[in-house]
Design a protein around this ligand. Sequence first.
Ligand code: UDP
Length: 474
Amino acid sequence: MASDAGKVEMLFFPYIGGGHLIPMVDLARVFASRGAKSTIITAPDNALLIHKAILRDQKLGHDINLHTLESPSAPISFGDMSAPPFTDTTVLREPLRQLLIQRPPDCVVTDMFHRWVADDVHELGIRIIVFNGSGCFPRCGEDSLRRYSPHEKVGSESEVFVLPGLPDRIELTRSQLPKFDRLPNKPPTMMNWEAKIYGSVVNSFYELEPAYVDYFRNQLGKKAWLVGPVCLCNKNIEDKAGRGQEASIDEQACLNWLDSKQPNSVLYVSFGSLARLPPRQLLEIACALEASGRPFIWVVGKVFQTVAGGEENWLPSGYEERMVISKKGLIIRGWAPQLLILEHAAIGGFVTHCGWNSTLEAVCAGVPMITWPLTAEQFLNEKLVTDVLRVGVKVGSMDWRSWKDEPKEVVGREKIQTAVERVMGGGEEAVEMRSRGREVAEKAKRAVEEGGSSYSDAIAVIEELKACRKDGKF
Ligand code: UDP
């Protein structure tokens, strides 16, 4: 990977888990399609799956490769799409260091969750670009919270406060904040590695959140290139169906099922790669979906193991059979080909946990959302969807929880049904949301086309790295 040829060489180091690995692979593919030489670090266990997408891009003439790192001490799995955050990746420290010494690239694009990478790469005199996985809006929200501590001025967990200093009126409650953000006198936001990074690439696009991109760049002083939505680099069925891991349903069967439904009539329900809901919550969802009378695709991932057990029997009696016979509901246990589903004309609404990737994928497909945040920065993403873009409605999720904790409260079937009706019922609110959704989806597509804002930002990264190479600048 020696930087002697003309091409800028970028090494992508994804983190483990669907929400991190999937967009990073897309990101590497975006840069290769814009003229960089992209190399993705991976582990042997999922190299095979990513390999198919990479081979397709190579056939198109893109300069993209995988490099498999193996740890001498303990194997590390990049193939587990439900891997929890904070998995220790330091076993890859020495193999990565050796690779960088032998073949130094122009820059390493690393997921922010590899907290050790910045120190190591900086020490070797190689530029580091961080990929943090979310948009500018949640970063601005977090900044407001840290700067003004509005949550310390309310009397209870459920009292509403406004995030000061933001371009829009954004309200939250303390119960919706991560536990560590609720503590008084939180340490300053700057992580010790931030000074070592050259800039950030963001999976978003300027027209989605312009005021927040400006805030992020100007008020927070971040050098940031917006190059998304990276999911739009998936152009054909194979690309769209094969993201992350093999789907648990035959993609053609899934498409046939959708083809048999009216436009905008089907609800898609998924909580991403990691979330585990307890049986009593799944029961509420099952009952609400059936009572809504609308066709649905429901991706049931891992079920939260409660102390009481009972993982198997959470569905009402005869439920699945009824759904099969009536062709009302398709339940996918495991992994769904999400992009394919969201883009289908029959999909009219998406019940989502507001993970950033799912949010952007819905935006690109122009599908209105029923927002059901659970953890991480999802409660802020919800506000962007419902209060700024106004392309979704809240289900009424109030409690942030760690991915490993059982939720204190469940969202009842009535609340779910009300939200479903608001989005799927065809009322004025729904019509307007759908029309705004279509507009923003168009903007997303334009952003990644030649001359669009994200297209230009990706080229700007490459040009800047080239210029650095000429100047010998670090
Ligand atoms: N995903 C998928 N099929 C599934 C579940 C998830 O393709 O059954 C993909 C989804 O399209 C998205 C990613 O996994 O690209 C999940 O990322 P997100 O940020 O939405 O949520 P997280 O999984 O990180 O909570």
